[in-house]
Design a protein around this ligand. Structure first.
Ligand SMILES: [Fe+2]
Length: 392
């Protein structure tokens, strides 16, 4: 946990967090608290048509619901954000309420920008491009994973270029996050596992990142502890409200941690594998994680010891290097026991595309913050090849 005397960092978490079973019923109150009266609800078709979640929240909003945009796919795109903003503008929306997983919340962040600034989402790519507060946004996550409800980042795909675009700006952090465990009980076991492991990877990468700092450490390590205890329970019994609630908290902690300390090579790989081969973000993280831990171990073994301890491993008497390798092995068994695939081969990624994936990962923004500097595509290819083969 050592930091040098010249440590300097900026930590920001501006989101008002409301937690509790049934707390989504308070959405109208929260909207009024933001001084808004006409919200565009942003969600996906599954939630809109197969559950009563969206209808219940829209009903509690009454006249304050300007309309529902439910065309957000699992892998949202620039054109989706543009279409959502068009509807919001036509209905005179003064705010957005996102109900869904990371793709929905990130889409709503994009819509919030366009409702304030106009133009196309492509105009606002990059980091800290915006100069003023954006359209007020209440996020209501229905998965416990991305942490997008408290982060300054949105990932939106450019389907034409087959690339995931990153938008990073403190002005797109949602104003309010409503964490209601009753909304995640319907999430199937495999998605519960994949999204939960995404949250774990946020804690892990925040704690090991080149931009690590003590506040993010506290959040990231506690996120990992909660996930080790509660994710298996949530996967086993989706109706376990305690496990669901603690997972929502863990995802938010992980989000606040990485929104400040950033993520690294695990995410660089997951972004590329997701964009090029459609592998679920959490699954790609699960597969990449142990191999990136082994790759980074010589640079941050002391940090990996903290990860091992947060995972509940007894590493007393072990060197940092051995503790780090034990953490990598434990991450591998943890994700396999949750039912997630153990290799990119198993996930359907063709081996022939690995060199191109390595080049693309090297160009991904997340790699800049990896625990140890990565400048050569051959290094990434080594990690990708190990992850493609899986555990020996
Ligand atoms: Fe992630």
């Amino acid at each position: 946990m050592d930091y040098a005397a010249d440590l300097s960092f900026l930590f920001l978490n501006s989101t008002r967090i409301v937690f509790g079973a049934g707390s989504s019923g308070d959405v109208a109150l929260e909207l009024r608290g933001l001084g808004c009266s006409k919200a565009l609800v942003v969600t996906d078709r599954l939630l809109n048509e197969k559950t009563d979640i969206v209808k219940r929240i829209a009903a509690s909003l009454g006249d304050a619901c300007a309309g529902t945009f439910c065309d957000v796919p699992a892998d949202s795109g620039v054109h989706v954000v543009n279409a959502g903003a068009k509807l919001g503008r036509a209905r005179g929306a003064d705010s957005v309420i996102s109900i869904g997983g990371g793709s929905v919340i990130d889409t709503a962040k994009g819509i919030a920008i366009l409702l304030r600034e106009g133009g196309s989402l492509l105009d606002y790519q990059g980091f800290q491009v915006l100069t003023r507060a954006q359209t007020p946004h209440i996020s209501i996550p229905t998965t416990a994973g991305t942490g997008s409800e408290v982060t300054y980042v949105a990932v939106v795909k450019d389907h034409d270029a087959k690339r995931k675009l990153l938008f990073g700006d403190h002005h797109i952090i949602p104003n309010v996050a409503i964490l209601d465990p009753t909304l995640t009980v319907g999430l199937p076991p495999l998605l519960t596992a994949a999204t939960g492991v995404d949250a774990f990877s946020h804690g892990l990468e925040a704690v090991t990142s080149a931009q690590r700092e003590p506040i993010a450490d506290a959040l990231g390590l506690h996120a990992m502890r909660l996930i080790m205890t509660h994710l298996p329970a949530a996967v086993k019994n989706g109706s376990d409200l305690t496990a669901r609630g603690q997972m929502l908290i863990a995802a938010t902690l992980g989000g606040a941690a990485f929104s400040n300390a950033q993520v690294g090579l695990i995410h660089a790989i997951a972004h590329v594998i997701g964009a090029r081969h459609g592998v679920h973000h959490g699954m790609a993280n699960a597969i990449a994680m142990p191999h990136v831990l082994r790759f980074n171990n010589d640079a941050v073994a002391d940090r990996h010891r903290l990860v091992a301890e947060a995972m509940g491993l007894d590493v007393r008497g072990m060197s940092d290097e051995a503790a780090g390798l034990a953490a990598a092995d434990a991450v591998c068994s943890f994700t396999r026991e949750l039912g997630l695939p153990g290799s990119f081969r198993e996930a359907g990624v063709p081996e022939s595309d690995l060199p191109a994936c390595a080049e693309a990962a090297l160009a991904d923004g997340a790699i800049v913050y990896n625990a140890k500097p990565v400048t050569d595509a051959a290094e990434v290819l080594g990690v990708l090849t190990a992850a493609w083969r899986g555990a020996e």
